[in-house]
Design a protein around this ligand. Structure first.
Ligand SMILES: [Zn+2]
Length: 142
């Protein structure tokens, strides 16, 4: 694997501060710059999006989709219909897919820190770090 040093000889001039400058430990986000990781996580997000879209289609066609099939994903909102939940889930995954192109993939949407690799391996479409996710659940702001 290529090391970061190779091939950026000309572009040394430090310009706008990167996210790194704001979100503390810089070394902690090297996994977000690993093309292999990114490829793997992107593929998983795309697959998930596809799966959710298919389910949504089935549901809209009146076919049975069990609630437990969409258990993982955004937290339950009281009284939310399965179809709305599924839409919300799909929106979330779509947003994560777009974040690959924007270069913001893997950043916690609340604190901006890198979401750790283990968490992304488990759920590639995580939008928060574990700490902020817990907090969001507690405060009902998921
Ligand atoms: Zn966070």
């Amino acid at each position: 694997m290529r090391h970061g040093r190779a091939g950026n000889g000309g572009r040394r001039r430090a310009r706008a501060p990167t996210l790194c400058a704001m979100a503390r430990p810089c070394a902690a986000d090297s996994h977000l710059r690993d093309p292999e990781n990114l490829r793997r996580w992107k593929r998983r997000c795309l697959d998930k999006g596809l799966e959710l879209a298919r389910r949504l289609e089935k549901l809209m066609n009146g076919l049975d989709v069990r609630l437990e099939d969409i258990r993982i994903g955004p937290e339950n909102k009281p009284g939310e219909r399965p179809i709305d939940r599924l839409r919300r889930y799909l929106d979330l995954v779509d947003g994560v897919v777009k974040s690959f192109d924007k270069g913001t993939y893997g950043r916690c949407r609340d604190c901006g820190q890198a979401i750790d690799a283990m968490r992304l391996d488990e759920t590639a479409w995580s939008v928060r770090c574990a700490r902020c996710q817990d907090k969001a659940i507690r405060e009902g702001t998921v």
